[in-house]
Write a protein that binds this ligand. Sequence first.
Ligand code: GDP
Length: 297
Amino acid sequence: MAFEGLTERLQNTMRKLRGKGKISENDLRETMREIRLALLEADVNFKVVKDFVKKVSDRASGSDVMEGLNPAQQIVKIVDEELTEMMGEQDVPLNKSERIPTIIMMVGLQGAGKTTTAGKLANRLKTDNNARPLMIAADVYRPAAVDQLVQVGEQIGVPVFERGTDIDPVEIVREGLAQAKADHNDYVLIDTAGRLQIDEQLMDELANIKELANPDEILLTVDAMTGQNAVATAEGFNDKLDVTGIVLTKLDGDTRGGAALSIRAVTGKPIKFVGEGEKMTDLDVFHPDRMASRILG
Ligand code: GDP
């Protein structure tokens, strides 16, 4: 379960304030110290923690708040609102093109869950939006990747365009898009190659695919379990490709939550979806406010 440790620590901190008619400066200082440590332990980026603590303590020491009837509740509310703000405040929906097809390019490191997420998203579009997506297998470096996408496609009943692994991925995308046009698919999901870490050659290839496909959405999948590495990866991809959204995968296995809490503030890019399991239905829209409430428990 995500955020286990953080939820417990924040609850303990807030419990100490409960029942106090007034919160002294000392209480507030101690509370902020505990919140700061709890966030750092959850692997939240230190700059993000610093900004967060400043905002919360500025608001909490405002006189209107201190004169409130129940100061502990006020602080919980401020923390809730600022956590929401830190994760993006509003839901940001998937971009949609005015003319079909809407083109979604999936990028991310190997193992982050790109292929699985492409399938989950295609499945979601098909089931919820009655869409007719096509997936393009453009990961030619890992032979198993093409087979994996084909299998996912069969499982969810979504066609996959593939040309094996012997031709240039840009050419595969060109042909795949032509097929989508001919078949009137309303969404195209391009599964691209990943590496174990960011390298120049991969980034150039992805930039070439981006230039050709002119995607409406470049969705970066990052593995939430890798914490601050996920944030660094997101910065790397974003610098090169100017991504439009982030999918945080494996949140089901992430007990700390640092990536979910920092990635928006560090990259400025919204988390659009979260993956919370291996099944094709385990993809949820990301709601910053609900996530904040979940963290506070
Ligand atoms: P890719 O190399 O980025 O295409 O990664 P894959 O899609 O092959 O996923 C790598 C592994 O992560 C697979 O075993 C997936 O089942 C698993 N995976 C992907 N998303 C999630 C998720 O949200 N939760 C869990 N628990 N596993 C996931």
